[in-house]
Write a protein that binds this ligand. Sequence first.
Ligand code: 13P
Ligand code: SF4
Length: 356
Amino acid sequence: MTAVSASSPNVSGQTAAERFGVIERPKLEWNPEIERETAHLYERVKDHIPEIEWPVYAPYVAAINRLKKERGAAILAHNYQTPDIFHCVADIVGDSLQLAKEATQVDAQVIIQCGVHFMAETSKLLNPEKTVLIPDMKAGCSLSESITGADVRLLREKYPGVPVVTYVNTSAEVKAETDICCTSSNAVQVVESFGVDTVLCIPDEYLAQNVAKQTDVKILTWKGHCEVHERFTAEELLAYKEADPSIQIIAHPECPTEVVDVADYTGSTSGMINYVRDQRPPKVLLVTECSMASNIQSSVPEVEFVKPCNLCPHMKRITLPKILDSLCFMTEEIHIDPDLAEPARRAVERMVNLKQ
Ligand code: 13P
Ligand code: SF4
């Protein structure tokens, strides 16, 4: 990771805590006022958080929502965040591409990124003037960890002249070595945007193979895998389908190709959500991280979700207590080496500015 420690200073020489000041952690108590203030939010998560547990969540939710206003902060949350974060404290939710785009639009001096480290780095790249915090700096990603900037330089030597498309699930150091970024929702479009016959699409081997099936461009790739999606097998999905042929299988393109081959639909996390909202299949198996089904369940109550649950341990590092700490103590701040920031930003901006 290219970020330095939480307390390290920015270019002004001051830490975020010094620039914004520290706020004492508010007293967290369950009382009639907190109950009233959060009642409408509990409605959104009541199918996932038992009533008896809400008095533990509600004081955090109320404190975070108050402090957010006081700090002029916006919370950007990925679709894999838990329902309490997704439904009760987030200002903007979405897939990687949506969050990257929203980061450029958001009217807030502080961004709290509820997602993994590469997402917070992307927000910082697109908002160099803003303060970007991540509630847990250790929220990584197996794809991001699978490749370094030096690896990309070696690939360029091995394949001179071949454009390099880098999945957004990479560090700023890797993005800085590449021509353009892509996400799971625009990878085919990005690969075809060069108008050449061969492209390097790294580091996700499965995403690259799934893209290759949708284009005539020859795709070279890398051996990176998502530790959540690589665990699904076609065999287990076919067993579900055999038990109930009405089940619709909806997969993320980070899954192995044989899994995608048995899916009724494949798309980014938001693509999957939109498919379920538009099609309203009676029974759905979302071949992705667990929290997705919980997060959309309330908007499609008639849909039954079958859950072969795989958790992303990195996404799950983000919790309400850590978000509250970020707001109180202005931790942990994302910094990007200025020498890497410029070329990395160009790669992300090229993607964001690509015409749909
Ligand atoms: P999306 O861009 O589809 O949200 O995917 C991000 C991710 O990390 C999936 O594992
Ligand atoms: Fe990375 Fe996979 Fe977790 Fe997404 S689900 S953040 S790709 S490890």
